[in-house]
Structure formats: C-alpha cells, structure tokens
Write a protein that binds this ligand. Structure first.
Ligand SMILES: [Cu+2]
Length: 708
C-alpha cells in the first residue's frame, strides 16, 4: 500500500523533474548532496507474517519443510526474531519514518546517488548497542567523514566508526568516477552498506542495506536538497528516468545463531533453559533461507507493470554456502546483454539485470539450489496491466510438436562397470569410485530406479523416437524452437506418481505452467497424474539477444516437486534460437556437432525411489541416515553417467562444435569444466574453466584442432 502511494506520487512529479534535470544540465557537471536521515532501530522481525507456507497454502505447523525453521516450540524460536535494522526518517527530528516499499523487508533504505554526488547520512542510533554504517562502492575518507555530534560520543568511538546507543554521526560518501558504472555496465550498480565493527554478526542481526550508484541523468530529482536541508515533501523513494521501478533482493541464509540478539531471542522461548545452543537441530532451525528477510512466499508487494522496464538488483551476503541461483518464472531478463531467466550469485556479489515483463500474473521467484528451495527461499512477483502498450506478440513462427513421456527405468551410472578414465574396476578396494559403486554396508551400488523423459513419434505413445545422440544419457529429448514459434509438447505420464514439464525461458498462459505454486489459477499441467496426458503450449517470445549466440540453452524439468523430481531424473535440454538458425531436422545451421552436458550431483537420497532402491539393492545393513550410505548416493555425474562412461562425444578435427552446459542440484554443484587438449570460447572470451550454478546454462563454441 505504502509502495503504491509512493510510486504514484513519484510518477506525478515526472513533468517538473524533467524540467529540473534540464536546468541542472546547463549548470555543468557539479554533483549534488543527497541527504538521508537514518536511524538504527531494534524491533521484532517475522520471517513469515502470514503464518503459512504461501507456496502451498499450508499452515506452518502442517508443512514439513516450513515447520523446521518457522514453528515456535518450547526450545524453538520460531518465525519471530529481535533484530537491529536501518530505517529512514523524513527529517532531522527522527519522528516520522519515510515511506518504503513493502518488499524491502528488513533491509535498510535504498541509498541512491549519481556519479560525482555526495551521499550525506545523518545516522542516529536508537538501539541498545553501538553500531556503525560502512558503505561499499563509494569513496569514504577517514578525515572527511563529517561532523561528530557532541552528544556523548568520544574520540575512541570516532576511531572505530562506532556510534553508541543514543549517539549520532554524519557520514559523507562521494561517488567517485572510478566507482561509477562504465559504458559496459548497467545504468546503475548495486552495492551494500552495513554495520562494520563485527560485520558478520551485525549483518546477521539485520544491519544491512542497499546502495545504488548511477550514471549521470538516471535518477529523477525527487530527493532534492535546498541548502543542505531535505525538502519534507520530497523524501519518498527517488525513482529513475530509465526504468519504471528498481527492485532490490538480498538472497541470504540469515544465520540467527550469529545474531547479537540470540540470547534475547532464546529468552522468548517458553523453555529457554531447555535450549541447547550446540544442538544441530536448534542451529538448523535458526538458518533463515530468506529473500529480504521473508521465507516461503511471504515477501510482499513486488508489483510490476506489463511492458514497463524493471531493474532487478540482486545481492548475496554470507559465507561459501551462500551461493544462489535466482530463477524468475514467467518472464526473461537481460543480464549484461544476455537473455536468461536465472541470475547466479556468489557470496558478496551483486547482479543487475533488466526485465520488461510481458506475461501478466503472479509468478514465482526462487533460488534453484535444491536445499534453499526446500528451505523456503522463494517469493512471488506480480505483473499487472497498467495500460501501457508493448511490442505486439511475435507471430509467424511454426508450431513444433513434441511427444514426451515420463517413464521409470533401471538406470546404471556406469554401464561398463569400469572407471574408464583410470581403467580400473569401479569397486576396486580404496578407489575413489568404490565409495559410490561398492555395495558393502548396505549401499545401493551402481543401479538405481529412476524416472526419465523419453520422446515418442506421435500422440499414440507407441513408438519411441531414438535420441539424437548417445551422449544425452539421462537427459530428455532436446526441444528446439525459434523466436516466434510455438512449442506444443504433449506429455504422457507413464510413471507412478504426479509429474510435469516446466520450461525455462519461454512464455505461456498460466494454464500451461508446470510448477505447482499457489497463484489462484487451476493448473492441470503442474501435476499430471499417472496414466494421463497433458499438452503444454509454450511461446518463444524472447529469443537470444543481439549479443547472444544464435541459439541459447535452457533446462526443462518436472516441477511438481522440483527438488525431488529432478533428483529422480526428470530433466532435459531446450534450445531457443534466433529466427532462421534452425535447419531441417531441427538441427542448427552451420554447426556440425551439438553436445548437451548436465553437470550435477544426482542426490539419490532425495529421489522418490530411495525406499524402492533400498528394497531392491540394499541389505539388512542399510541405514538410510548413515553418513557413508548417504554419501554413496550422491552421484557426481555428467548426464547421469560417471567415470568416463558417457558415450558419443566423438567429433572430427575441423568440426564446428557447440557445447551447452547446465547445472542442477545443490550448492556443491560448482564445476570447473575443462576439455583436455582443447580450449573453448565462452561468450567471446577465451577461457578454460567455467562455473555452473543450479539451473544456469552456458554456451561454448569449440573448433577441435587436437585429434584424439
Ligand atoms: Cu540459494
């Protein structure tokens, strides 16, 4: 509600802002002061105010995954934690909070400035502990920090940049050209600020916010200053000339075990003395897999307008487990000029991408690291019609029909029984492969019941269409389409539980969605029953960008339960091409060989068929919670094959070869990819390793010159 008001007001100011901008331009390059009154407050924060897992509508207590983190118990803190947070006030009296978008969650206010501007932050600490404010991405000079208020602060605190309880401090930060976006960058760069005395603990406590540094002329003049004083009527969110909105999302596992308020939060349990802080289950319950401090679909208020540009600013904080793959359902993005619908985030990195939403409705925005997905790192964004017109629907393409079934198979991760790289038996004592292929101690070994996608010739589903190439292994058929085309995929569920097909990168009506989150629309395609079929109609509305290769790869997968379904085997490649890139027989013009490689840890512990596999291949020694047993089921495979058992990777010297690589699974799925004897080109830079996040893809062109 607050957000709606703020935005409407800002848009109303547009005409006068434009005038101001023109006048400023005449004055030359002098920067402006952007003044913010920021207070540090302490308050209770609820990670799930609805009391529900809004992905499926279940109450937290009844939800297997959400209850782990959000259910309050005698020795469990639940969903509400005391935190310290930065909040913006309207003026120096610190009596009124400035309006803020609801989706900001516990983040501090967004500080925005253009190159050559100076950000002036008047910080007042209303909390019970000393804190500070430290920026990234702007120039911060020790002796030019501004006035120290004479209200109880001492020199010692000044040296530490520490503001004591009740104290105040004024920071001055310059946006120097060396920190500003370059021509190749987006118009604005994302940075953060945070408390900096014991940063990891203070960030876990909530003291973090976003900072945006922009090229000149990008920000509207709504945060204007007159003689160093912010005009009271103009303190709402500053908005931009280049996009309709900018949205900031922090993907972080907030570790409440590290919070400075842990003791106080424990005291709010009904049996605080019974809490064992070293208990792994207690610690797990305090790992909040959150987006801006919200979990399981509780993030409110991301409302976008159809056909109006949105800048998404994503950042991750935290340690090495904080690796995230943010998947935007329903619409695509341009990430540094490249078309995608997934943004990957290393710890302490920032991603900025632009979206012009085409598809209306309520869409999911989720981290595709399986553990994070299941732990609630999921949110909704909504696209509404705001009366603006966009480019018309692309038409004139062809309808491409596919017939795909889900079928159970007995899968071998190494059909040869050998480690073909070291030429030894897979169960050789003390070999690396024995861990996964041995059967002692009740381990499952090389064969697992799985479910895979298979292509058929027509809708009778009687004749299997042989795969394009042996190298596809576990992967489903390659679906191919050009911009403007329609994909009509008839899915027959020949397996024994509900499954679906959910594509990346395509546009579709909600009825044809393969994911089963609560959005108020009936979606028969999100859970196709055993023995039933469903025809998905998907459009290729946004193909490769001008800086992309002629074809870009995506994944499709079963999303009835995305983590379990994909670990069970339901995943395949999708190739989206520019117009005219595909020749006869669907193959790509000017390319001799195409290879699709899925690098993943197939976690058989998270397969629907674990119990069945134990029954078939385990023994009386099998203990499904035993660490060695669980490790033996984490199959580090390429297309479901291990130790050199992937067939069909032959190519000829001089062939033009396209490699498409995909990631899937958990946060350990970062693979260095190196093809011995051959370097390969990725997005026009020559390099020989690349990182793959879950559900991200990469295109690699190679011209082999080393026979062998
Ligand atoms: Cu994540």
């Amino acid at each position: 509600m607050v957000w709606e008001m703020a935005r409407t007001r800002s848009l109303g100011l547009f005409a006068s802002c434009l005038l101001l901008l023109l006048c400023n331009g005449a004055e030359g390059q002098r920067g402006r002061e952007r003044v913010y009154y920021v207070g540090i407050i302490e308050d209770l924060w609820d990670y799930a105010p609805s009391g529900k897992n809004l992905l499926n509508g279940e109450d937290i207590e009844n939800d297997e995954h959400a209850s782990v983190f959000l259910e309050k118990g005698p020795q469990r803190i639940g969903s509400v934690y005391k935190k310290a947070m930065y909040r913006q006030y309207t003026d120096a009296t610190y009596t009124h909070l400035a309006p803020r978008p609801a989706w900001l969650g516990f983040l501090g206010p967004i500080l925005r400035a253009e190159v050559d501007d100076v950000i002036v932050v008047h910080l007042k600490n209303f909390a019970t502990r000393p804190y500070s404010m430290h920026p990234h991405g702007v120039f911060y000079e020790k002796n030019a920090e501004g006035a120290l208020y004479p209200d109880g602060t001492s020199n010692m605190f000044k040296m530490d940049d520490s503001v004591p309880p009740g104290g105040s401090y004024t920071y001055r930060w310059e946006v120097r050209p060396e920190f500003a976006p370059t021509d190749d960058d987006a118009n604005c760069l994302t940075w953060v600020y945070h408390s900096h005395m014991n940063a990891p603990r203070e960030i876990s406590s909530g003291l973090i916010g976003a900072l945006l540094t922009c090229k000149k002329g990008i920000l509207k003049e709504t945060n204007d200053t007159v003689q160093g004083q912010t005009k009271p009527e103009s303190v709402e969110e500053s908005v931009r000339n280049d996009v309709d909105q900018d949205v900031f999302l922090m993907f972080t596992i907030v570790d409440e075990n590290m919070s400075l308020y842990l003791e106080e939060n424990i005291q709010r349990c009904s049996d605080p003395d019974g809490v064992d802080q070293e208990d792994p289950d207690f610690q797990e319950s305090n790992l909040m897999h959150a987006i801006n401090g919200y979990m399981f679909g509780n993030l409110p208020g991301i409302q976008l307008c159809q056909h109006r540009a949105v800048a998404w600013h994503l950042f991750g904080m935290g340690n090495e487990v904080d690796i995230h793959s943010a998947f935007f359902h329903g619409n695509t993005l341009l990430d540094r000029g490249h078309r995608t619908d997934v943004l990957s985030l290393f710890p302490a990195t920032f991603a900025t991408a632009e979206m012009v939403p085409k598809a209306m409705g309520k869409w999911l925005l989720a981290c595709q690291v399986n553990d994070h997905l299941q732990a609630g790192m999921q949110a909704f964004y909504e696209v509404k019609s705001c009366g603006s017109e966009g480019s018309p629907m692309l038409t004139g393409g062809v309808v491409r029909n596919y017939y795909v079934a889900a079928e159970k198979v007995l899968w071998s991760y190494a059909p040869s029984g050998k480690d073909l790289i070291n030429n030894v038996n897979l169960t050789e004592a003390d070999s690396a492969s024995e861990v996964f292929f041995g059967k002692d101690g009740g381990r499952i070994g090389s064969h697992y019941q799985k479910v895979i996608y298979k292509e058929y010739t027509d809708n009778t589903f009687t004749t299997i269409k042989p795969p394009d190439s042996q190298h596809l292994g576990l992967l489903g058929p390659v679906l191919r389409a050009e911009e403007g085309d329609t994909l009509s995929v008839t899915f027959m569920n020949k397996a024994d539980r509900n499954y679906s097909i959910q594509p990346h990168g395509l546009h579709y009506d909600k009825r044809f969605q393969g994911s089963s989150y609560e959005d108020g629309v009936a979606k028969p395609g999100s859970h196709v029953l055993p023995g039933e079929n469903f025809t998905y109609i998907w459009q290729v509305q946004e193909g490769p960008s001008s800086s992309d290769s002629p074809c870009i790869p995506y994944l499709y997968y079963s999303a009835t339960d995305p983590a379990m379904d994909t670990n069970s085997g339901l995943v395949g490649p999708l190739l989206v091409c520019k117009k005219g890139a595909l020749g006869v027989n669907r193959t790509q013009n000017g390319v001799d060989r195409e290879f699709f490689l899925l690098f993943s840890v197939m976690d058989e512990n998270m397969s629907w068929y674990l119990d069945e596999n134990i029954k078939l291949f385990g023994s009386s020694d099998t203990d499904h919670l035993d660490e060695d047993f669980m490790e033996s089921n984490k199959m580090h495979a390429v297309n479901g094959l291990m130790y050199g058992n992937l067939p069909g990777l032959e190519m000829c010297a001089g062939d033009k070869v396209q490699w498409y690589t995909f990631g899937l699974g958990t946060e350990v799925d970062i693979h260095g990819v190196y093809f011995e004897g051959n370097t390969f080109k990725k997005q026009s830079t020559t390099r020989d390793t690349l990182s793959l996040f879950p559900h991200t893809t990469a295109t690699v062109a190679m011209q082999p010159d080393t026979p062998g």
